[in-house]
Design a protein around this ligand. Structure first.
Ligand code: SAH
Length: 340
């Protein structure tokens, strides 16, 4: 049975119309679910009993079970249990500008990036739209505060689960749903070109982040197998088109791995690769993992890399670190649960 949280507002309208019922029930239902935040049908007294009974029979209204919350000063990691007993994680980061949540889009991941702990487990399945929506609602409820920013950067490759991710974005962005502004939503991908092309035509100002991590094919092939399918030249070509067409914010994520992609030559090559693009680079100090054999670049090397990009007029920031103590940082999700 589908969850009621799987449907965006247009789909709900279609559902009501196809049941010879009133289209405006979709607005009412959305308001109960996402603004008054109740999943209890008996509260929804402005919808007639007969309609509610039908909904109850045709959809599930359950939340996701939170099995564990680990808290650090400004970060918390939530472990959720899905109906088929799989687990996923979401991370809440408290910034001065609001509460940001990093959600997972798949159970496991097939991209096989060599440095990423989350990808050590092959993809088991895509998350449904509701499983993504309910990560946001679950954390909001636990926190008793509004989530203002959403990044799809947890476990999984969002563009390998494109349709569900897009529906998720529509629901959380909807003025009748969670009202999270599209500029406050970021999707991070390792570079699946056909989906980037499709995403260009999605008419929302959602931010796109590209996990680049290397400035040339030779190195990127070694770190990210996806590069053998969608090479860096083709990726940059399509991203230039993307920027031209959408004018949306584009970020390149670049993890600094000691002695591997953090040299002066790499910095210069990266600068010339993306020169002139309306994009910025987010340098990510690598979060060490136990099993993968990579190390974080030394601070001096990180600063040197940053300076070279700056000098070459590339917009660059160094990612603020969150959650390393509780293994909630990028690339560390799920690894502890995995070994149980
Ligand atoms: N599959 C998507 C989203 C998930 S990964 C993508 O590839 O973008 C989110 C980000 O964390 C990616 O940029 C990923 O490369 C990075 N990451 C993975 N392992 C990491 C680690 N150990 N330390 C820091 N960042 C890491």
């Amino acid at each position: 049975m589908k969850s009621i949280y799987d449907l965006d507002i247009e789909e709900l309208e279609e559902y009501f119309l196809s049941n010879d019922d009133k289209k405006f029930h979709a607005d009412q239902l959305f308001s109960w679910l996402y603004q008054k935040k109740t999943n209890n049908l008996s509260d929804m007294t402005n919808i007639k009993k007969e309609t509610r009974d039908k909904l109850q029979n045709e959809f599930t209204f359950n939340n996701l079970e939170i099995v564990k919350v680990e808290k650090d000063i400004d970060v918390s990691k939530y472990l959720f249990k899905l109906n088929d007993r799989e687990h996923i994680e979401a991370v809440l980061m408290r910034h001065d500008y609001g509460n940001s949540i990093c959600i997972s889009s798949q159970v496991g991941c097939n991209m096989g990036c060599k440095f990423c702990e989350s990808g050590r487990r092959k993809k088991v399945r895509n998350l449904t739209t509701s499983e993504m929506v309910l990560q946001v609602l679950g954390v909001e409820e636990n926190l008793q505060e509004k989530i203002t920013h959403v990044v799809i950067m947890g476990i999984g490759e969002p563009f390998d689960n494109y349709d569900n991710v897009i529906r998720f974005v529509k629901i959380i962005n909807s003025p009748k749903g969670l009202q999270i502004g599209s500029r406050h939503i970021t999707i991070s991908t390792c570079g699946i070109i056909p989906k980037i092309e499709e995403f260009m035509n999605f008419p929302y100002q959602v931010n796109l982040a590209i996990s680049l991590h290397a400035p040339n094919n030779n190195l990127r092939n070694k770190l990210m197998p996806i590069n053998k399918v969608y090479s860096i030249d083709n990726l940059i070509k399509i991203l230039k088109k993307y920027i031209e067409k959408t004018n949306r914010r584009l970020t390149f994520e670049y993890i600094l791995l000691d002695g591997i992609n953090d040299t002066k030559e790499c910095a210069l090559e990266l600068a010339s690769l993306i020169k002139g693009m309306n994009a910025y680079v987010n340098l990510i100090p690598y979060n060490n993992t136990d099993n993968l054999g990579f190390n974080r670049s030394k601070t001096i090397q990180i600063m040197r890399f940053y300076d070279i990009l700056k000098k070459n007029k590339i917009n660059v920031t160094i990612r603020r670190e969150f959650g390393t103590k509780i293994s909630a940082a990028c690339g560390q999700l799920r690894s502890k649960e995995e070994s149980i």
